[in-house]
Write a protein that binds this ligand. Structure first.
Ligand SMILES: *Cc1c(COP(=O)(O)O)cnc(C)c1O
Length: 464
């Protein structure tokens, strides 16, 4: 049929909207929106010569229903993290404890005491909700919370060392990912970076020699979160830097990155100092993330000496970087769990996943494998290691048992794609020619769903 004829025969919008199957599916306005999209695409395909036959009205119904479904699928949606990487940055880092979710929901749908003191009946401060918890949990004098830790570093430098030199070890000029690099943040805060030492070794005398009475604004230490320098190395301890800072009247600022509120060695994590240790070592200001090892919402937490915290609070950037009420509610609830370390360990998902024993992971993997009987010999258990992720303890592997899948009827990449296309998507990892599903980061209640989808995805059928 000629192109012009095909175009003429495309059904009119009124005709489409009158289709019973569509009018039952959504409101007329909603159907029209998707129908317009589908008809425009059809027109385009006819003009480009890709389409030589008009779909029937029934086929058109289905195309429009599919378009409605596609447009109604949220872009930001839940996925199942079967990678075993606990703080997966691309998958949203830390899942929240139920108490944190509940607290965020409670303030989301109504009004709250965000900046209201209900006892005095007067204006309050949004900082007041977590400051007391943070000072108790870290031993610091004062606390302030902003949008994320990148914002915390920016504010800290801008408020405390603007226009002056900040001395940092060459071994700590870390890039976190994206565009967050210590030297670049320094520039944005109008500070001058003064690098000292060598990549692998820095001594306290290197800092000492770089101090200039008029030029120096602060001493900075940054935790090398996502990399580790090994071999012939030396770094300056927080207590040495605190002493040096005190001697010269300079603030010692510590960007701790992950920043745990509990000692993590019982969880098997080394090289991640806990915040209270840094405060007792004498750091003047320490900043860290809310959604890394702390296991709360995205936030930048700053604790330290009152004079410095007050200076940051009154800096114009503090308003630009301020934390939102939903985050604040979730953070407050998460911090309250830490008042009882046992409760924190039991309720905060990150801590639970970190401390899952090899025996419990083996048991979970076996239970899961039991649901995979239809897959037969394509599935086996394998010893493997999960990771912390999120730029924390990069060399640390967490031993456990995973489900290893070797598909027969489809390729490995096709299997991985199929699982990703599920709703909710199942994100697995491929290693050594097998698809791995790590129970460490999967909620037990999702096993049945994953097993069902996995068994279906192993079939040859192409309609995925
Ligand atoms: C992760 C990290 C940051 C950035 O924190 P966000 O919460 O992701 O903004 C800054 N510094 C260090 C050392 C980090 O590890």
């Amino acid at each position: 049929m000629a192109q012009q004829e095909l175009l003429r025969q495309i059904p009119k919008m009124d005709e489409v909207l009158a289709r019973p199957k569509l009018s039952g599916a959504a409101s007329p306005a909603r159907v029209a929106l998707s129908a317009r999209e589908v008809l425009a695409r059809l027109r385009g395909n006819i003009l480009s010569g890709e389409c030589h036959r008009l779909p029937s009205l029934a086929e058109l119904d289905d195309m429009i229903l599919a378009e409605i479904a596609r447009e109604n699928t949220p872009s930001l949606r839940r996925v199942i993290n079967a990678t075993g990487v606990i703080l997966h940055t691309n998958l949203g880092r830390a899942p929240l404890a139920p108490q944190a979710v509940e607290a965020a929901c409670a303030v989301a749908s109504g009004y709250s005491t965000l900046e209201y003191d209900a006892e005095q009946g007067a204006r309050g401060s949004r900082h007041s909700h977590v400051a007391g918890l943070l000072t108790r949990l870290t031993g610091a004098e004062s606390a302030l919370v902003v949008n994320n830790n990148a914002a915390a570093v920016l504010l800290m430098l801008a408020a405390l060392a603007k226009g002056r030199e900040v001395i940092v070890s060459r071994g700590e000029l870390v890039e976190i990912g994206g565009s967050f690099r210590i030297p670049e943040v320094m520039e944005q805060s109008s500070c001058t970076l003064r690098e000292v030492g060598a990549t692998n070794r820095t001594r306290v005398s290197d800092y000492q020699k770089a101090i200039h009475p008029e030029k120096t604004g602060a001493l900075l230490k940054a935790h090398t979160s996502n990399y580790k320098i090994m071999g012939f190395t030396q770094e300056v301890s927080p207590s040495e830097l605190a002493a040096l800072g005190a001697e010269h009247g300079l603030p010692f600022l510590y960007d701790l990155g992950s920043g745990s509120l509990l000692p993590l060695s019982p969880f098997g994590v080394v090289d991640e100092p806990c915040v209270s240790e840094c405060i007792s070592a004498g750091a003047d200001v320490v900043c860290f993330s809310g959604d890394k090892l702390l296991g709360g919402p995205q936030a930048g937490i700053i604790v330290g000496k009152t004079a410095y915290i007050e200076k940051m609070k009154s800096h114009p950037l503090a308003r630009a970087l301020r934390i939102d009420k939903l985050t604040l509610a979730a953070l407050e609830a998460t911090l309250r769990l830490y008042l009882d370390p046992e409760l924190a360990a039991a309720q905060i998902p990150i801590l639970r996943m970190l401390s899952a024993s090899p025996a419990s992971l083996r048991e979970a993997a076996e239970k899961f494998a039991g649901l995979l009987a239809p897959a037969g010999e394509q599935v086996c258990l394998s010893e493997d290691a999960g990771q912390i992720g999120g730029g924390s303890a990069p060399t640390q592997l967490l031993p456990g048992t995973v489900i290893a899948v070797t598909p027969r009827a489809v390729s490995l990449t096709e299997l991985e794609r199929r699982l990703r296309s599920c709703q909710p998507a199942i994100i697995a990892r491929i290693a050594k020619e097998r698809l791995l599903i790590d129970p460490r980061t999967v909620d037990n209640t999702d096993f049945e769903y994953i097993a069902g989808r996995l068994c279906a995805a192993l079939e040859r059928e192409a309609n995925w």
